[in-house]
Each structure stands twice: as C-alpha cells, then as structure tokens.
Unconditional design. Structure first.
Length: 310
C-alpha cells in the first residue's frame, strides 16, 4: 500500500508543472495568478519534501534536472486526468450553489453592493462568493465561475470581456479642502497611498509630471482598504474607476484632478467550457453583464492624456 504521507500537496504539484512548462518562476506565477514569492516558496517546499533536486538555475530561468523532467511529464498527464474527471462530474450535476471567485477589492466595492439584486431575482440559486488573494482554480473545480482583472489570457477556460477600467487620483473632501488642491504638482509634498499592483508613474506622465514612483508612505495589498484610508483623509490614492465609482457618487471621495488613464488590464468573466449552458451560470452571467452595461466609464472629455495646468 502506498504511503500517502509521502505524496506532496496537490497545489505544490500544480505549481511545479506550471514552472516546468514555462521554465520560469515568473511564467508559472502569471499562469497560476500567484505572486513570484509564492511560487518560489512552493517549489522550495516541494524539493525539500522530496529530497530530490527538480530544477537547476539556468541564467535567469530554470532548467529541469533529469529527475525533474520525468516527474513533470508524469504529473502533467495525471493533473490533466484529474481536471477532466472533475469537469465531467461537475457538468453532470444540477447547480444548487454557484461558487463565484473574485478579488477581495472587486467583491467589496463592486460585486457585493449589487449582488442583492441577483439574489432577489433568483431565490433558487445560492451564491457563494469566494474573495481571496489566492485565486481559485476554476479548471480544477474550486469554483464555478470567476471574475478576473487581467489581460484576457486564460487557457482552457471560456473567457468573456466584462468591462474596462481607468485610473485617477481620489481623496476625501476634507483632504481636498485642507490642502486646497488645484495642481498635480502639489502631490510631490503630499502623502500618496499606494498599492503594489497599481503604479503612480503612468498617471504622473499623463499629468505632465516628472516624478519618480513613490517609495515611501502607506502601501495596501487590498485596493478596497486603500480607498477606505483615502476616504478617512489619510492621503491621495490612485483609484480604479470600478472600485471608486460608488464612493464618488456618494461624496465620500472626490477627484481633485481631471487627468485619467486607461488601465492596460480589464475585467473578464470565466467559466469552464462544459458549464457555459448550466442554468445558474447563464443566469448569473446574463445578470452580471446587464449590471456591467449600466456601469459608465469616465466622461470622454476627461480621459485625454493632456497635462493638467499648473
């Protein structure tokens, strides 16, 4: 009988196969929507657990050892079998619960304020919102549908563009009044709230400012928390329009400047191809796209990249 205590965790095996396929930690991180550090940590843990070298350094990338290449080939086939078996199982059952995976910031700021409308229209469908920095593996059956902010490259999944997004600075009305904001140049001396995935530099350039990317000040790994800090008067945040639009409408936040830049990433609706016609998936998708159609981008006159006046 096999000793299952020696079998590594399934998650670490998926990371290893992705890294073997791309010969790169960065490539695996992009494919699995994990951080570079998380992938490196899981690869180290896997090699320590097995006591066998699977990779060796090759320039800036990785090269499989002979043992690693043989292991990756067998695991890739096994994981494909697991994914296919899971898809067949899930496709054969009627939905009683729809599991929706999305980023915490988008769940808190856009999805949840609108979700009550879907629940009221579809009382027979129980919705489970999975909002976590660790994105669920849709192909592996961890969730039924997903909302992702990315470049639209999601191999093996049905992918539909939901909506685009834009960036601009926001602050509280009290902060605006206290600092009498009228020119982007004033930002040099003010606290700028930051998110590691949303850089100020492109907006600085669009506004005609020659300023380096901020290296000091408060930084938030959740954009929703960053906007809460801005609303409480702690500084100026670079906000995504989807996340700030409701606070702007309520007056909790305002835009001190007109320059806006379009995000290179967009929101996508993902599902397994076999599930596209499942009743709960169809109902949720149709409702979601109706909600997205009512979402209004910033006015065209405000989206130019012309520098602000000093």
């Amino acid at each position: 009988m096999a000793d299952h205590r020696r079998t590594p965790a399934l998650g670490s095996l998926r990371v290893f196969v992705a890294a073997a396929r791309s010969q790169s930690v960065t490539g695996a991180a992009a494919e699995l929507h994990l951080t570079h550090g998380a992938v490196s940590h899981q690869l180290r843990q896997l090699q320590d657990h097995l006591g066998i070298a699977l990779f060796e350094r090759h320039g800036r990338g990785l090269r499989l050892t002979a043992h690693g290449a043989a292991y990756a080939e067998q695991l890739a086939r096994a994981l494909a079998d697991i994914d296919q078996a899971t898809e067949r199982l899930l496709a054969s059952r009627p939905y009683r619960r729809l599991r929706v995976s999305c980023m915490p910031s988008f769940a808190a700021r856009w999805l949840l304020p609108r979700l009550g409308n879907f629940i009221a229209r579809h009382p027979d469908c129980d919705v489970e919102v999975q909002s976590s920095a660790r994105l669920a593996n849709i192909k592996g059956g961890e969730a039924d549908v997903a909302l992702r902010f990315g470049d639209g490259h999601y191999p093996g999944l049905s992918c539909r563009l939901l909506m685009k997004d834009w960036y601009y600075p926001v602050c509280s009305p009290e902060f605006q009044h206290r600092h009498e904001l009228s020119s982007p140049a004033q930002l040099i001396a003010l606290p700028l709230l930051r998110s590691p995935d949303e850089h100020w530099q492109p907006w600085f350039s669009a506004a005609g400012l020659v300023i380096d990317e901020p290296q000091r000040g408060a930084i938030f790994d959740d954009s929703s928390l960053m906007l809460m800090a801005a609303a409480s008067g702690q500084g100026v945040a670079l906000a995504r329009h989807t996340l700030a639009v409701d606070d702007l409408a309520s007056g909790r936040l305002l835009r001190p400047f007109t320059t806006i830049i379009e995000s290179p990433l967009s929101y996508y609706f993902l599902s397994r191809p076999a599930d596209e016609q499942q009743p709960a998936v169809v109902s949720f998708r149709d409702w979601l796209f109706r909600e997205a159609a009512s979402y209004r981008p910033p006015a065209a006159a405000e989206t130019s990249a012309r520098p602000e006046r000093d």
